[in-house]
Design a protein around this ligand. Structure first.
Ligand code: COA
Length: 146
């Protein structure tokens, strides 16, 4: 990767970068991220950037957010990386940092939900030691004991 990647906690003023990242997603990505074709609005990008009850981490390359990972108060994590930056370890960087943050905040477990067909997210979860807690044809829940 040519330009350095920086991780930073999302703050209110980052909402336009977050909107740009989510606007770049295609229908398959949206299905994987939201389980439907939901398009993130400006108001939702502002919520991702500044909601007090969750922690959003951005991977920045230059001025752009190329990835985002969220830790919710209930220990649920989600992650997204823009298409042209995938397969280079950006999600791995984000999740590594998010796990450290979760530990420092006293979380005992992390979880994520995924479509079983999302081989990239399943591979990512497995690489961090997550295990399947429940499984249906529509959704899998993966869990990690910290
Ligand atoms: C899932 C997603 C975040 C992965 O981002 P990424 O930056 O490409 O992932 P990384 O390059 O960090 O890969 C991390 C690990 O994931 C796994 N992985 C990545 N690509 C994979 C693939 N094609 N098949 C299987 N495992 C894969 C591997 O274990 C990989 O580790 P390795 O590179 O050492 O083998 C990205 O594909 C994405 O944004 N998808 C759309 C949104 C989404 O599905 N979000 C998850 C729902 S919560």
């Amino acid at each position: 990767m040519s330009q350095q990647i920086l991780l930073k906690k999302a703050e209110k003023e980052d909402w336009t970068r977050i909107l740009q990242l989510y606007s770049s997603l295609d229908e398959v990505d949206l299905e994987y991220r939201f389980f439907n074709l939901h398009r993130v609005s400006a108001d939702e990008a502002k919520i991702i950037a500044g909601r007090p009850d969750h922690f959003a981490l951005l991977a920045l390359q230059g001025e752009s957010a190329i990835g985002e990972a969220t830790l919710q108060g209930n220990g649920e994590v989600s992650v997204v990386v823009q298409k042209q930056s995938r397969g280079m370890g950006v999600a791995r960087l984000l999740v590594t940092e998010l796990i450290d943050i979760a530990r420092s905040k006293g979380f005992k477990k992390l979880r994520f939900f995924t479509l079983p067909s999302n081989s990239k997210m399943v591979g990512l979860g497995r690489a961090f030691g997550f295990r399947v807690l429940s499984h249906s044809s529509m959704e899998e829940e993966w869990i990690l004991d910290l």
